[in-house]
Structures are given as C-alpha cells and as structure tokens.
Design a protein around this ligand. Structure first.
Ligand code: ATP
Length: 572
C-alpha cells in the first residue's frame, strides 16, 4: 500500500488532478461549443502522443504527421460517406492505412539525415495533398466529401456533445496507456542513446534501424486514428485534413506541451485548441498575441510546459560486487583473441592504414602509439565495424570482424570506448550501462550485470547521477563500465587517459590491469607513455598507416624508427 502511495507522486498526481478538473468542467460548465473544442483537444492528444514517438523519442523531425492524420481522415471519410462502412471497420482501417503508408515510405526516408528526412516527409504530405485535391472522383476534390455519418457501433450511435467527447477521450486514455506500455524504461533509455550519442549506438549493442521504424509506424498509427476521429467530429473530409496547418498545429502542441510523456501531449493539445478561443476578443491582434505567448513559452520552457512537473526519481542500482569474469564468445586456448593481417584503408588520397598486422592474446594489454594522423583511431574503428577495411582480414575466434555490422561486433564481445566519451547526458549512469548490458548480454539480469560493471570501475556511488553532470574523469570510467557491461573478450580503448589527472590515470590503469588479469584482451591507444609504461605488456607503433614496431615496451621505445617517427613529436 505504501509503495502504491509513494509512487503516486509528481507527474501522476498532477495528471489525476488535471483529469478531475477537466471532467468537472466538461460535465458542468462547458457549453456544447466548449465540448466540441474539448473533443478536438482529445483528438489532438492522440495525434501528439504518436508524434512524440518519432519527434521526441527518436529525435527525428518528421513533417509527415499531418499526412498520416489526413490518410486516416480520408480512409474513414470515403468508406463511411460513400459505402456506409461502420466505425468498427473504418477506425482500424484508418490506422492500418496510415501505418502501411509509413511502412512504404520508411525504407527510402528513414535512412536520411535530419534535414533531408524533414524535407522528404514534407514532400510526402504535399504529394498526398495534390492527390486529394485532384482525384475528384474518389476524394471529392477541393470541396471534399460531406455526409460522414456519426460514429455508430452496432445499434449505439454516439451523438455530438458529451457522448462524443467522452468517447474521444476514452480513446485518448487508451492511446495514453498504449504509449506508456510501448515506452518501457529500457526503450526510453535506448531512444535517449540514439538521440544523444548516435556515434556510440552500436557500442551499446543497439540496432537503431528497427527502433526508428517502430517510432515512425507508431506515429503513423496514432496519426491515422486521430484523423479518423476528426472526420466523425466534423462530418466532412476535405483537403484541410492533409494541409500543412494540421502538421504545424501538431508540432506546436508537441513543442509547447513537451516532446515526451502523456502530460506533455495533454497540456499541448488542450492549450493550443483553447488559445484561439481565449484570444478571440482581440480581433485582428489575436495572431500577434498567440505568437508572443508561444514565443515566451518556447523561450522559458524549452522542454515544454510538462517539464515543470518532474516525475519522482527512483534509485535504480542495487549495490553489487565487482564481477567481470565471463567473456562473450570465449576463444580457444592458444589462439589470439584478435588477429589482424594485411589490413589497409584509404581515405581519398590518404593511406590511413597500410598492410597492418597485429594480434592480441587473452590477458594481454597492448599499447598502440603513433603520431597524430598515424591511423590509430582508424584501426579502432575498423576493429569495431564503424569503418570498413579495403583489404586484409580481422578475425576473433573464427568470427569475421571485417564484414560484420558494428552492432553484431559489439554483441560478439568486442567492446570499445571513444576518444571523446560518448555518453547520453540525459540518462543516469546505471541506466546507461544497463542499456548496453541488456542489448549485448540479454535483458535477463542486465541491471545486476550493469551494477557489477559499475562496481568494477568504482562507480557504484554515482549510479544514479546523470551522465551529463559528471566530470571528465568519471565520464571516461563510465564508458569503460559501459564497455564491460556485455562481458566482452576484447576491449579497445581510444585514448582513455586523455584529459585525466595523474591520479585519475592511475585509477584507470588499475581497472584495466584487473580486467586483463581475468583474461580480457585490451588494446589501448594513447599518446601518454607515462600512462602506458606501467600498464602495457606490449607496445605497437603506427606511422603514416604502417606498423613500424611491435614488441616489448622498452624495446619498442628504444627502436630508432619509433624514436624518429614518434618522439620527435611527443615528450616521453
Ligand atoms: P590522432 O592521434 O590525431 O587521433 P590517429 O592516429 O587516430 O590520429 P586517424 O584518426 O586514424 O589517426 O587518421 C588517420 C588518417 O586518416 C588521417 O590523415 C585522417 O585525416 C584520415 N582520416 C581518418 N578518418 C577519416 C575520414 N572519415 N575521412 C577522411 N579521412 C580520414
């Protein structure tokens, strides 16, 4: 009981309070006109909830939400007014029509980078609008199709006014519950990673394509449902439902209310449907007043008005013992864990890697040095699948790393950190590491595995802190914990000591030594010889893409070619 009461805080309480006030207003105070505005608000809630998936969670500026709304409107409008088809059939068909359209356009459109994606989705809306206006025999052209009947389910006809209002809001509540069910904490975390650290998405073991597609389809389905309800409310379907105005209304509602969460959709939809009514008395100054108000809201509440009502934060991580012993895809004894041979990579006129060969055994820590531009990061990118080699081979336990996708490579136990730590600022440390644990090692026990990885890196105390609040040294260690969360057998670190104070460097070195002692193979790219000297069991040196030395650390440091290429530039 106490647990139920304690969860009934913050956002939940605000939501229930607002719902109560809304019901009282609708039942006792609203005129039939007010009820119509509230009905429209409920329809927009459904549309905005859908739009939040693609615009908010997936972070893609889709301008197709109006098109999905229009498709839902036309499917219902044509079937209901021309063929007398009932709501039980038209409603799911409207949802399906918008979803199928999203599926068709997803293949070419979802791959596009942000602004091209926005333009492509805008073009889709304009194309559909042209069809609606010109295909007169089916759509009624510019005048549309009047005579859309009221919603009828069996013998029950839902009259305008309070019955329609209650019906629409009941569907809006169902949409809220569905959206909440879709947005599990893990999925929200994955979307956050996709938005905030796109470069590191594969390192989390996440396949971003399917998630973006899911978000796009959900936005379409919700848009189609909203469009279907809209034509039943207006009793006419016209090109207005496909017009850019609907899209702008949806975008404004989402930005003003909030890009995430039910409360954001409700606030945005209620406010934007009522603003024109409240300012109607201003006559010709009405648009100016609305514009100023919206501008003020965007400036003072950039994350939407719902962001002022914070949900209660829960502690997520149970304390755990360090436990990083089982490595994914174990390699047979005596075989190198990572074997690179004859690897070459060219970027235009630059030979970034030139016939490089390198192998690493279990438990080894190999330091990789070389002057700026020598090809070190390129090698790390190729090993982890972010870049593709032109020729040569990279293998690990009979697994071909040269052709596998970055996500598949991460799931096969090749983990990495980045030169600049790639962590989602908005996620807590434990949630960040658990997201990688769930996608690489499976959802079962992912929280416990994440807690163990944090304990290994001495981060248990900051498990609940947001990554964005951490100092640089801790961010580097959280990245290592994230890399460990999938129990890798190879760890590639790109300059893990860069920007760290000597004491922090020593802490990182201790962590890496303890990991190597459990059999993890580690490749450390770094310029800092003071960091590598007590750490690396072997040293390799790249110069202009060629491996010029590979052997015991002191021997490599004494090598004339290494001294010439490297120490001319960097102090030992
Ligand atoms: P640093 O120590 O400065 O990070 P590095 O040894 O990691 O350097 P790389 O980043 O691997 O070197 O770059 C090797 C060469 O390849 C450089 O000349 C770089 O400009 C070039 N290069 C790397 N990535 C690309 C790319 N995506 N497109 C074009 N050229 C690239």
């Amino acid at each position: 009981m106490n647990a139920v009461l304690s969860s009934f805080t913050g956002q939940n309480r605000a939501l229930v309070g607002a719902a109560g006030a809304l019901i009282i207003y609708a039942l006792f105070f609203a005129s039939s006109y007010d009820q119509r505005i509230l009905t429209l608000a409920g329809i927009y809630v459904i549309m905005v909830l859908g739009y939040q998936f693609i615009f908010g969670h997936a972070g893609a500026l889709s301008l197709a939400q109006g098109a999905f709304f229009g498709v839902g409107a036309y499917v219902t409008g044509i079937l209901a007014s021309q063929f007398g088809t009932g709501f039980i059939l038209t409603f799911p068909l409207s949802i399906a029509g918008a979803s199928v359209l999203a599926l068709i356009v997803a293949v070419p459109v979802l791959r596009l980078a942000s602004h091209y994606f926005a333009l492509a989705t805008l073009a889709l809306s304009q194309l559909l609008l042209l069809i609606a206006v010109n295909w007169v025999s089916v759509t009624g052209g510019a005048n549309g199709l009047p005579g859309v009947p009221p919603i009828t389910i069996g013998d029950w006809q839902i009259a305008r006014g309070l019955p329609l209002l209650a019906f629409v809001w009941a569907l809006a509540v169902a949409a809220m519950l569905f959206a909440r069910w879709q947005l599990t904490p893990l999925r929200v975390a994955v979307f956050t990673v996709m938005r905030e650290t796109p470069l590191a998405v594969p390192a989390f073991g996440i396949d971003p394509g399917l998630l973006r597609l899911r978000a796009f389809l959900l936005s379409a389905a919700f848009g189609g449902a909203a469009g279907a309800l809209f034509v039943h409310t207006n009793r006419v379907v016209s090109p207005e439902t496909l017009g850019f105005g609907i899209m702008i209304t949806c975008l404004t509602m989402t930005v003003v209310g909030g890009r995430f969460g039910i409360l954001g959709a409700v606030i945005g939809a209620l406010l934007l449907t009522h603003l024109p009514e409240w300012f109607r008395g201003l006559d010709e100054y009405y648009l100016v007043a609305v514009g100023i108000l919206l501008l003020a809201m965007v400036v003072f509440a950039p994350d939407g008005l719902a962001s002022f009502i914070k949900p209660a934060r829960k502690s997520s991580a149970a304390p755990a013992e360090p436990r990083i012993t089982q490595h994914a895809t174990p390699v047979p004894d005596g075989q190198p864990v990572l074997e690179i041979s004859n690897l070459s990579k060219r970027y235009g006129g630059i030979q970034a890697l030139d016939r490089v060969g390198l192998s690493i055994d279990a438990g080894e820590i190999v330091g990789l040095i070389g002057p700026n531009g020598a090809g070190k990061t390129t090698l790390a990118n190729i090993v982890t699948g972010i870049a593709r080699a032109d020729t040569g081979a990279i293998g690990s336990a009979d697994f071909d790393l040269k052709t596998a996708t970055p996500t598949a490579i991460a799931r096969r136990g090749v983990a990495r950190t980045f030169q600049t730590p790639q962590l989602p600022d908005g996620l807590a440390v434990h949630a960040t590491v658990a997201t990688a644990a769930a996608h690489i090692g499976g959802a079962k026990d992912s929280g416990a595995r994440a807690a163990a990885a944090l304990a290994t890196c001495g981060l248990t105390d900051i498990a609940d802190a947001r990554c964005g609040t951490l100092p640089h040294g801790l961010r580097r260690r959280v990245e290592i914990a994230r890399a460990l969360a999938g129990d890798p057998h190879i760890l590639v670190l790109d300059e893990p000591a860069a920007g760290l104070a000597p004491a922090e460097q020593a802490e990182v070195a201790d962590i890496l030594r303890s990991l190597a002692a459990t059999g993890l193979a580690i490749l450390v790219i770094d310029h800092n010889i003071d960091f590598l000297r007590p750490l690396a069991t072997r040293l390799a040196c790249l110069d202009a893409g060629r491996l010029i030395a590979d052997g015991p650390l002191e021997e490599v440091l004494a090598d004339a070619a290494v001294r010439d290429a490297y120490f001319g530039l960097v102090q030992a």
